[in-house]
Design a protein around this ligand. Structure first.
Ligand code: NAD
Ligand code: MG
Length: 362
């Protein structure tokens, strides 16, 4: 039997939806209340499918279920692979009443969500995220899309799901590095918006690394609450939503330098958040003790604390300035005013930025 641990609602008017977090939900939680028609198309990949597909079918009793299995990997988050979803939908004559189900990590979620946004000008979809990162981040907020050879996530749409179903048990099969990468985004929420959550993480890091279901349920819940609040206040990233990018401008440079796939996104964000905390000290915003607190927690999540070997300050500057979050060529950064309070600024001094970069070179 399953156990629902926590539940919350993303408040977006008529596009509102629930996030259901629990243990053992795959296979026994009934998702049909969020399926309007008779047809369901589960989109998964060749890693997650063999692990969880049969279980997830059990969440749709009485529905006609079809499956499309994509190759696993960020390099397949492209037009060609996206087309496999449209091929399957059209071959199986799925109508506008079909519901797509994303079963997998953020790559599958972003692709299935984008396919749902496009197919017949938009059909409903349900997120069943199976990585910690996708459970606390990509499945919430409605950003969907694919990569272009000239830029990551450059082609996409906002499309909110009908529901998000999170089973903490699915994390038991997740590689350790992926768990740590997800924890980077979890820590991010504490740093940007919720000091008490950060304190809870300091107490609970060992339980989380042990994949204790209660601890995971709480961490996922509080992360989703934070993301849902920020998204509800700023659905289309007019301003506030950008605080979710703490550590991401530095991290993006690291990911690009290392070559996608060599550093996981969350690993780069972990180092990037240490850099943001460091720059916040240099800018006179937080104390050295605050920085030490952030660095210690990120380190305990088994995340790297130096830039990749061979990377220089110039590499950072070049790669950061092509980040799409920059406006008019000025370096737009998320910094901390306090632990639990982030803001966006374009005024960080160039000297302080250079000192921070140097401090993190290997
Ligand atoms: P991912 O989807 O590539 O998953 C990581 C790896 O884990 C893959 O090999 C996957 O097949 C495997 N996997 C997934 N679940 C598993 C399980 N339960 N057991 C064993 N293996 C499992 O990566 P991710 O970190 O989940 O997501 C990254 C993607 O999410 C990126 O493409 C990024 O752009 C996107 N993203 C989107 C948003 C958004 O708001 N839409 C936010 C953050 C990230
Ligand atoms: Mg991120």
């Amino acid at each position: 039997m399953h156990k629902v641990l926590r539940e919350l609602k993303v408040e977006l008017g008529e596009r509102s939806y629930p996030i259901i977090i629990g243990q053992g939900l795959l296979g026994s939680f009934d998702l049909t209340p969020w399926v309007a028609g008779q047809q369901v198309m589960i989109v998964t990949n060749d890693t997650v499918g063999p692990l969880y597909l049969e279980k997830v079918k059990g969440c749709f009793p009485g529905k006609a279920i079809e499956v499309v299995t994509l190759p696993d990997g960020e390099q397949f988050k492209d037009w060609q692979t996206l087309n496999l979803i449209f091929d399957a939908l059209l071959e199986k004559r799925h109508t506008r009443k079909t519901t797509l189900v994303a079963l997998g990590g953020g790559v599958v979620g972003d692709m299935a969500g984008f396919a749902a946004a496009c197919y017949q000008r938009g059909v409903p979809f349900i997120q069943v995220p199976t990585t910690l990162l996708s459970q606390v981040d990509s499945s919430v907020g409605g950003k969907t899309g694919i990569n272009h050879p000239l830029g990551k996530n450059m082609i996409g749409a906002f499309h909110q799901p009908q529901a998000v179903l999170i089973d903490t048990n699915s994390l038991q099969t997740l590689p350790e590095r992926e768990v740590s990468a997800g924890l980077a985004e979890v820590i991010k929420y504490g740093l940007i918006r919720d000091e008490s959550f950060l304190a809870w993480l300091e107490d609970s890091m060992e339980s989380l690394l042990r994949l204790d279901a209660e601890a995971l349920g709480e961490a996922i819940y509080r992360s989703c609450v934070c993301k849902a609040e920020v998204v509800a206040l700023d659905e289309r990233e007019g301003g506030l939503r950008a605080i979710l990018n703490l550590g991401h401008t530095f991290g993006h440079a690291i990911e690009t330098f290392a070559g996608y796939g060599n550093w996981l996104h969350g690993e780069a964000v972990g180092t990037g958040m240490m850099m943001a905390a460091d720059l916040s000290v240099r800018e006179g915003l937080i104390s050295a003790d605050d920085r030490a607190r952030a660095v210690a927690l990120i380190r305990r999540a088994r995340l790297p604390e130096w830039a990749p070997s061979g990377m220089t300050s110039e590499d950072f500057m070049n790669l950061m300035s092509v980040d799409k979050k920059n406006v008019d060529g000025r370096l737009r950064l998320v910094l901390l005013k306090a632990i639990g309070d982030a803001f966006i600024t374009e005024n960080a001094s160039a000297d302080n930025i250079r000192d921070t970069l140097r401090a993190f070179l290997p």
